[in-house]
Design a protein around this ligand. Structure first.
Ligand SMILES: CC(=O)SCCNC(=O)CCNC(=O)[C@H](O)C(C)(C)COP(=O)(O)OP(=O)(O)OC[C@H]1O[C@@H](n2cnc3c(N)ncnc32)[C@H](O)[C@@H]1OP(=O)(O)O
Ligand SMILES: O=C([O-])CC(=O)C(=O)O
Length: 394
């Protein structure tokens, strides 16, 4: 097998109109719009609309979309009851994954495979995922579940449902930017998982619960939790160089650094670094400084040891930013999901309803069978009574 194709690298598997990434120059484009323009001028609701429908909304379209989100925010009562029955140690991403698949039980008509039904499901999931994440955090802390507000943005509603008090305008702005930044990233592992499941004609909830599972892994969205664990372990800016060198010397990875596509800084990391710096300064804490030193120490180590240069990815600075906002560390990845649901659902719809050729087909890559301990094939079946305990060596 060609080493470059391991992990499906460089293999084109589908066409998409949703997102484009220029990994050499650090550019990220959603439906033709530069992410930096969207951060400057847009909102999460507008961005989610753009991803789902392909165009920026008019004022009345945006109003209608926001109304649909508001109406869909509540969580079915039996789901809340189930949350209350879960062990308090359940991980937020596991809780989210199972709640997403449970939502299929409450769909108006799960057998409706029309595009309209898929768009309705996308709006349902965009609306309910923040409510589920917030509700679980409150339930596990013995607090009552907070109903969403009748008005207010998506970002404001999430912070309100999480804390039970209305957030400041500044915090809402920061959360809104984070949601825009994480909303879409082409064929990343979780989106590919969603599309792969969609290619079997499974329903939207099945696709998205698979995507949530894929996002939870520490080489993907789960890295933002590992980054915060690293910062807490380092604890002091003076410890950074030694910690980073020792981690890299022992063959370990620096979480939040490196990317499968970018060969320069991820453009999202620049925005998040600025926000992390501002909030660390305001709160007079050390988390931005430690993160920035980790970035510098990692780059220096890789250069001095003639290893491939690596740069910050989206998960490096979001960790210190959320921590400074008082958000529990293990909600970092669920917040990623709160945003990425916009991209995931757009991809599921594209996978199922693409009109132009080549039309997507059932994903079915080929593996290279490399045999086993008894040879490539033709193993002779030994009855249980005749097998020796130490027979299996690999
Ligand atoms: C939302 C997201 O999913 S963004 C990514 C989040 N994940 C992380 O932050 C986890 C840390 N990073 C990584 O593990 C990797 O950079 C990945 C998995 C994201 C990408 O991996 P790859 O595509 O293999 O990266 P790439 O081809 O650029 O790297 C190749 C070399 O750099 C090394 N490398 C890449 N990232 C790192 C890292 N963070 N720390 C140490 N070494 C690294 C690899 O081990 C490899 O070394 P080798 O050539 O000696 O074997
Ligand atoms: O594209 C990737 O491989 C991972 C990533 O940055 C994302 O999903 O946002």
């Amino acid at each position: 097998m060609d080493a470059r194709n391991i992990g499906l690298r460089n293999i084109e598997v589908a066409d998409t109109k949703i997102c484009s990434i220029d990994g050499e120059n650090g550019k990220l484009i959603y439906r033709g719009y530069d992410i930096l323009d969207l951060v400057k001028h847009s909102t999460f609701e507008e961005t989610a609309y753009l991803l789902l429908f392909g165009e920026l909304p008019t004022a009345s379209q945006l109003k209608d979309f926001s109304r649909r989100l508001t109406e869909a925010r509540g969580i079915p009562e039996p789901l809340i009851k189930n949350l209350k029955n879960r062990p308090k140690r359940a991980q937020p991403m596991d809780v989210l994954q199972s709640c997403v698949s449970e939502l299929a039980d409450y769909d108006l008509n799960i057998e409706d495979s029309s595009k309209e039904a898929h768009v309705r499901r996308a709006i349902t999931l965009i609306a309910k995922i923040p409510a589920i994440v917030a509700a679980w955090n409150r339930v596990r802390n013995g607090q009552h579940v907070v109903d969403p507000l009748e008005e207010g943005s998506h970002a404001a509603n999430f912070l309100y449902m999480l804390r039970g008090v209305e957030p400041s305008a500044e915090e809402v702005k920061v959360m809104d930017i984070c949601l825009i930044l994480h909303a879409e990233h082409s064929f990343n592992a979780s989106t590919f998982a969603a599309r792969e499941i969609a290619s079997t004609r499974a329903h939207m909830y099945a696709c998205i619960s698979g995507a949530v599972g894929a996002l939870s892994g520490e080489l993907h969205g789960g890295a933002n939790v590992q980054v915060m664990k690293m910062l807490l372990e380092i604890a002091d800016p003076a410890n950074v160089d030694k910690w980073v060198a020792s981690r890299l010397q022992s063959g370990g990875r620096i979480m939040g650094m490196g990317h499968a596509v970018y060969r320069t800084t991820d453009p999202r990391a620049d925005v998040l670094a600025r926000l992390s710096k501002e909030i660390s300064r305001e709160k007079n804490n050390k988390w931005y400084e430690i993160t920035e030193r980790v970035e510098r120490a990692t780059k220096k180590y890789m250069l001095e040891h003639k290893r491939q240069a690596i740069y910050p990815n989206v998960d490096l600075y979001s960790a210190s930013l959320y921590y400074s906002m008082g958000i529990p560390m293990d909600l970092n990845t669920p917040i990623f999901a709160i945003s990425r649901i916009a991209g995931w659902s757009a991809h599921v719809i594209e996978e199922k309803f693409a009109e132009a050729a080549p039309k997507p087909a059932l994903y079915r890559p080929k593996a290279v069978y490399v045999g086993k301990y008894c040879g490539p094939m033709g193993c002779e079946y030994t009855p249980l009574s005749g097998r020796q305990e130490q027979q299996h060596t690999s």
